[in-house]
Design a protein. Structure first.
Length: 379
């Protein structure tokens, strides 16, 4: 990308009405972050305020991986990297894979944009992820454009790879599109390099975290078929759990849980009838007798019968949210006690600020390395 191209882009951005949004599209390793840093510095150098949305789940600069974030600044001091900008709000998605979480990305992006607009910035820059190929990617970008309504789209492309996405804008009066070629000197990062970078950022987000236990149901929600030593129970402020398949059900008595365990040849940790007519079962093992599930569902008069291993919750990434749905921090699940209805999370977030815990989809070790992703239907 030539200096003249950057200067022309800056002039076009500065000519937009105050508060306009500019969205940047491009595949991985096209230099979006470098371009954004240059533009942020140029805008602030003119004494203008700038809002920045970072909508890249895996390789973003502002918040930890599996989140999207917003920044606002008026400071004229130059920044050496986008990650040096102040973050004022972050939205938890819980995955680094955008293909499976289009809705969360669109909702979260719209939420962050509304928050930035309340700061009344002179210009808003929107960075997006490098996921641009295939039907799902085109759908994501189209819906992001619709929900965020930018005045200008800057498309960085090497060989026309952005044209299938831009074609959806044909015939519309807005947004305007500027096509730019990436700098040939922009290096390409290997998947291993990207994973290492994410691990370092996860480690930073989880560093100095301590196991913190939250109550998610109170005594009235405990399994009536299991005897609990009340002298061992600790009182916590109750929090809501979002994204957990076992929430909202009516726990089975011990006799039913035992019957289920014998039928599928597994140790049942928790089982419940759900209000939609299904049943949800958590077992200690990663394998069980699948041939018995159909007969078991008929016996219980429940369909579908969902069985998940307890290992799906181990080290699962979670977002800790306050009463205003503001993300206060992230953590990973250390333990779920279904009898006492408590959840222990490794986090450095103060428990008094937490009103809800949002279950993510990615399992992450204490050292920041990713274990694997769990589908929404499996938690």
């Amino acid at each position: 990308m030539s200096d003249s191209s950057i200067e022309s882009l800056l002039e076009r951005i500065l000519s937009l009405p105050r508060g306009s949004a500019v969205m940047f599209l491009g595949a991985t390793d096209t230099g979006k972050s470098t371009l954004l840093r240059m533009l942020v510095n140029a805008v602030r150098d003119r004494g203008l305020s700038v809002g920045l949305l970072d909508l890249d789940l895996g390789q973003g600069e502002l918040g930890p991986p599996a989140t999207i974030s917003a920044s606002y600044s008026l400071d004229r001091a130059p920044v050496r990297n986008v990650r040096d900008l102040p973050v004022f709000e972050t939205y938890f998605v819980g995955s680094v894979t955008p293909a499976r979480h289009l809705l969360e990305l669109c909702i979260g992006g719209a939420h962050l944009l509304a928050s930035v607009r309340r700061k009344d910035p002179d210009i808003i820059l929107i960075d997006t992820c490098g996921y641009v190929s295939g039907p799902a990617a085109r759908t994501l970008k189209r819906r992001q454009i619709e929900s965020l309504n930018p005045k200008l789209i800057v498309a960085l492309q090497r060989n026309g790879e952005m044209e299938p996405i831009l074609a959806a804008l044909a015939g519309l009066s807005s947004p305007e599109v500027m096509r730019l070629s990436p700098d040939p000197q922009v290096g390409r990062k290997s998947p291993a390099t990207r994973a290492t970078r994410r691990a370092a950022r996860f480690l930073n987000a989880l560093a100095d975290g301590v196991p913190t236990t939250f109550d998610f149901g109170g005594r009235g929600a405990r399994n009536p078929g299991i005897a609990v030593d009340e002298s061992l129970a600790t009182e916590f402020d109750s929090v809501g759990l979002a994204g957990a398949g076992f929430i909202g059900g009516r726990p089975h008595p011990l006799t039913t849980s035992t019957m289920i365990g014998k039928a599928i040849r597994a140790s049942v940790m928790y089982s419940a009838d759900m209000e939609d007519g299904s049943a949800f079962v958590v077992v200690r093992q990663d394998r069980w007798e699948t041939d018995a599930i159909a007969d078991l569902a008929a016996t219980l008069k429940r369909k579908p019968l969902t069985i998940v291993p307890a290992s799906n919750y181990a080290h699962l990434l979670v977002g800790l949210v306050d009463r205003d749905r503001v993300l206060r921090g992230v953590g990973t699940i250390e333990r779920i006690d279904f009898e006492r209805r408590t959840l222990t999370v490794l986090t450095k977030c103060h428990p008094g600020a937490v009103a809800q815990i949002w279950l993510g989809h990615l399992r992450v070790r204490r050292d920041g390395r990713e274990i694997g992703e769990v589908r929404a239907s499996e938690i």
